[in-house]
Design a protein around this ligand. Structure first.
Ligand code: ZN
Length: 315
């Protein structure tokens, strides 16, 4: 049986500071903080989710800000670049915005498309591309009006320690289509209209190591719990030893490491982020799973407060 993911569900990365991360992903990029919770395995660390107005699958980047953590190195076995897509007419807007907010970038071309490439304050590699299609965000923040806002992920560049194996797996397991090759990059397309163009860097490169400024894992979409169970069987049949299904409150997850060293997750679209907060209140309050509620006051004392704020330079 062949299965097809719609594309990226979310990407999770390590950073060092919650305020600096909010100032970049909300302040500069104009994303919405859609959930403020904790790392369920390490409750002294936040787990912050940023995305479009509802945190739709394909728009969600999540962070564990570990103060004073070791800086990682981006390299093989990791997501290299996380790609954001903006409306087709918004490229110049973003170029001007990065200039205005003093974010250094380089402009590059890949598969005939222009990219603005830059890093976040911890060194995480990001890029912006402008494309038609996909739902526009209805979220505006600071100097980013909704009609220029990031629509979600355009895709990602994967750095693999076995690029040919990763390429085969994207096609045979995840159901992507091989759509092009240009220079060092091979391009693959998933069925959805966001988070759907995945490039693999096909040349050998140094091994990455985890730490701040690196992606921990990339999650792919399963449309519901029924399909999720099939994905797990599918991955197990391929010998990938997926974890059991884990309840992540806002989606269910399985994880496995692909042959090129990247940690893959498959996550369900439902139930989403409005399961414990009203849509207009998302991200407003520290949300804890039930089993941590009794310890709320101790947990809150361990976390540095931060706010989502419009940057001074953006007023
Ligand atoms: Zn995840």
């Amino acid at each position: 049986m062949s299965m097809h993911t719609s594309g990226i569900h979310h990407i999770t990365a390590f950073v060092r500071n919650a305020q600096r991360t909010a100032d970049f992903y909300a302040g500069v990029l104009g994303l919405r903080l859609i959930k403020k919770t904790i790392n369920f395995d390490a409750p002294e660390v936040y787990h912050l989710y940023f995305g479009d107005e509802m945190g739709s699958p394909g728009t969600i980047i999540t962070f564990f800000p570990w103060e004073n953590s070791r800086r990682g190195r981006v390299g093989s076995g990791q997501v290299g670049y996380t790609t954001y897509v903006v409306p087709a007419d918004a490229f110049e807007f973003w170029q001007e915005r990065l200039n205005k907010l003093s974010v250094d970038y380089e402009q590059t071309v890949r598969f005939g498309e222009n990219y603005l490439q830059f890093v976040d304050p911890d060194g995480l590699k990001l890029e912006i591309v402008a494309r038609d299609g996909g739902k526009e965000s209805s979220w505006s923040f600071g100097g980013v009006p909704a009609h220029k806002a990031i629509k979600g992920f355009g895709g990602a560049i994967l750095y693999s320690s076995a690029p040919n194996h990763t390429a085969d797996l994207l096609v045979s397991l995840m159901g992507l289509e091989r759509v092009g090759r240009e220079g060092a990059y091979a391009r693959f397309k998933a069925a959805g209209d966001v988070g759907n163009l995945i490039d693999i860097y096909m040349e050998p490169m140094e091994l990455g190591h985890g730490g701040s400024g690196t992606v921990h894992h990339i999650a792919w979409r399963a449309k519901d719990d029924e399909e999720h169970a099939l994905w797990r069987d599918h991955a197990a049949r391929e010998g990938l030893e997926p974890t059991p299904i884990i309840d992540r409150q806002y989606f269910n997850a399985i994880y496995f490491r692909e042959p090129g060293g990247l940690l893959f997750e498959i996550a369900t679209d439902p139930p989403g982020f409005a399961r414990d907060e009203e849509p207009d209140k998302l991200g407003g309050k520290l949300m804890l799973p039930e089993w941590f509620e009794a310890k709320r006051s101790q947990i809150e004392q361990l976390l540095s407060p931060f706010e989502v704020r419009v940057l001074e330079e953006d007023k």
